[in-house]
Each structure stands twice: as C-alpha cells, then as structure tokens.
Design a protein around this ligand. Structure first.
Ligand SMILES: [Zn+2]
Length: 402
C-alpha cells in the first residue's frame, strides 16, 4: 500500500502474498468504515482528497459513509461498468434512458451516464421524478431501446398495460440497486416478450463494480470482475469460506491503488458461491448468486427484531418472499407506535389482519413488540408493491420507521 496510514489499519497486510494469507486478516465491518470516512479521517483516501467525486452511502449505525473517489478511480469504475454491459448484451444499446436517482451524493446516475458514453450510445438523462406520461412520451418519440433503473421502477412501468404502446421500441432493461426477483422478472418479460432484463452491475458506492452478467445469467447471478476484486463468500459467524453451492456473506477486497482500500470488507449482501460446473458462456471467472441482504434488524423500544423472525411467522401463512412484505413501525407524535404490515396484492394468499397478528404475536422475540406499552395497533394492508415506501435510491427496505 502506498499510504502507510492506510496500511496501518490492517496489521499484517504487508506480509500478504496469497489468498490464503489474506484470509488470516480480520473481516472489516461497515461500522469501522463509518469511523474512517473523510473529511474527519483521510487515512483511506489513497490519492487525491482535492479532486474527484464525493459520494455518500447510508451507514448501518446511523452514520453516513462519505467516500472520496479520485477521477482516476472514476475512470476505472466506468471501464468496469461498460465492460460488464458489453458482456451482458449481445447487441449494444443505442439510445439509453437513464432513470436512476441523480444527486444527493449518489453515484449511480453518473455511473450510468459515464458508461453509456463509454459504450458509444446516446444517453437520455431522465432521472426519477418525471411524470409517467412525459417519460413515456420521450421513450416513444425518441425510440429509446434501453432503460436503466431500479427493479421496482421497471416492474411498475411495465405492469401497467396502458404504458405498453409507448414502450414498443424497448429491447433492454438494465437494473441496479437490488435483486430483481422472480415476480418482477415475470411481470417485465410477460409485458414485453423477448425483453432483455439484465443487471447493469453488481456495484456499490464503496467499491465500484464487483460483478457483471453474461447472457446466460439472470436475476442475482453474476460473474465477478476477478481482475479488480477479490470476492469471498463466508459464514457470517465464523468468517470461514462456505462450500460450493452454499450461501454466505459477500466479502470484498478491492485490488486497486486508487479510491478507497477495502480489505475483507463485509458487503452486507448474501450470496451463493459457485466454484464448479462452469458457466455456459465459457468464462472461467468466479460466479456468485446474490440472494438478498444479510438479515436486517430493527430495534423497537429495546426489542431487536429481524427480517428472519418476521418471515418465519409469515411463511406459515403462505408468504415466503421478503420482497412481498414491508414491516412499518409508525411512531405517534406523542408516544407509542403503530405496526403496519404491507403485503403485495399479487400474492396468491390473502390472510386477514387477525390471522397475521396472531402469528406475529406467537413469534420468538417478535411477540414482545406487540406486548409493549407503546404498541397501539396493528394494520394489515394488501397493496401493490409500488405503494411500498422506498428510499431515495429506489430500494424497498423490509423494515421502515415512519
Ligand atoms: Zn457466463
């Protein structure tokens, strides 16, 4: 490492020569990164702290992670992103509508702009706040063939039959930000048969692109940019690498001397590791299938509840996919809280509020929430997933506090 201050953060790193050596180093938690972020600390800024792009991502403990990426790092990010899209598509996009969220120190929008430029295509910087009618008009009049957006945005746009006439030119939808999921994939490909729905990139603000798809992969499955990232899939408890076909937490080490060094960084994503069998495309690069976030938890007046606890109870009612649920804790202005559970109206089952509440009360730890003095009431709503609360990046969190 060219910065002694950065190297000092990982005792023993100077002796690392092989992947086995690396696995001796401790895992790096996102909380640690929050404490090392500029401008308070610049130990992990490898090159310029004066030129480049500053991004921010949400932290796990309420702090924000601020990242100083030099222009040199930005060039690398664009290169990897464009290379990934070339691998995913057998024919290059020509007219690309960028429907990602611009601004607020969020890098995805400019990432899509830059890689579209690198691909030699035409970009339409549409953003996320255009009215649907206006958006459809631009797509129709300019014959936009590719849209880049969140999985939720794509599914919403394509699920309304009234929109389809304006989308006749659309050949490709590139999603980023979270997994697509089988239900949303089905909505999109049923709306436009033959539509190519691919991951734009498995990427984060901290690392830049980690994975890309080939034409034989879908949903969460990605090849890894092995020349830029060293990815492990480990048991979150022990830190040991899981066996082929097993699920664990994604750990990334960035192979770079620009941007921010991350060594065995816990991504918070769950994935299945594939080491045997090979991919139909013939590429020998590593492969992982992202399966979701490491279970998130929420603290309600001292009781910590997790996504797994909630899903364990809902499964008995025929609700199996966390993407179909949103658990909202609504704080009252004075004191106390209401719990609102949203279930996707596309589910085949339609349990009643009483049935769901009874199940949740029976749940281990979970029952405590409904026995608290602050608990005021429970409401179940069957709504389109478009009505789920989203954060500014278009993601639909499982737990929401309002
Ligand atoms: Zn492949």
């Amino acid at each position: 490492m060219k910065r002694p201050a950065a190297a000092a953060r990982w005792p023993g790193i100077e002796g690392v020569r092989t992947a086995d050596d690396l696995s001796e180093l401790p895992l790096m938690s996102p909380d640690t990164l929050e404490d090392l972020c500029p401008p308070a600390v610049t130990d992990l800024v490898l090159d310029s702290a004066d030129s480049g792009m500053v991004l921010r991502s949400s932290g796990t403990s309420g702090k924000r992670k601020v990242l100083y990426h030099s222009w040199e790092f930005d060039v690398r990010v664009t290169h990897l992103g464009a290379r990934g899209v070339r691998a995913a598509l057998t024919t290059a996009p020509s007219r690309v509508g960028n429907c990602l969220y611009p601004g607020e120190l969020n890098g995805a929008f400019s990432f899509a702009q830059d890689l579209t430029r690198r691909l030699g295509a035409q970009t339409y910087p549409l953003g996320t706040s255009m009215r649907t009618e206006e958006l459809l008009e631009v797509i129709r009049e300019h014959r936009i063939d590719t849209l880049i957006g969140s999985p939720a945005m794509g599914a919403d746009l394509l699920s309304d039959p009234a929109n389809l006439a304006s989308l006749a030119s659309l050949r490709t939808y590139l999603y980023i930000g979270e997994n697509l999921g089988a239900a949303r994939a089905a909505v999109m490909t049923e709306a436009i048969p033959g539509l190519r729905v691919r991951s734009l990139s498995y990427s984060t603000s901290e690392t830049g692109p980690i994975g890309y798809q080939c034409p034989f992969q879908g949903d969460g499955t990605h090849h890894v940019h092995d020349d830029a990232m060293f990815v492990e899939v480990v048991d979150p408890e022990t830190g040991a690498e899981v066996a082929d076909g097993e699920e664990g937490e994604v750990i990334t080490t960035t192979l770079t001397d620009t941007g921010m060094p991350l060594v065995r960084f816990r991504m918070g994503d769950r994935a299945i590791r594939h080491t045997t069998g090979g991919c139909a495309c013939g590429s020998p690069t590593s492969r992982i299938t992202l399966t979701g976030r490491v279970p998130r938890s929420l603290n309600v007046d001292g009781a910590t509840i997790s996504q797994d606890l909630v899903m364990a109870q809902l499964r008995g009612l025929g609700v199996a996919d966390p993407a179909d649920c949103q658990f909202q804790v609504r704080r009252a202005p004075d004191r106390g809280f209401d719990v609102v559970l949203l279930l996707a109206d596309r589910l085949a089952v339609r349990p009643t509020g009483d049935e769901v509440l009874r199940r949740l009360r029976e749940g281990y730890h979970l029952g405590r929430v409904f026995a608290m003095p602050g608990f005021r009431g429970f409401t179940l709503r069957h709504v389109p997933t478009a009505d789920f609360v989203r954060n500014t990046r278009g993601k639909t969190p499982f737990f929401v506090e309002l």
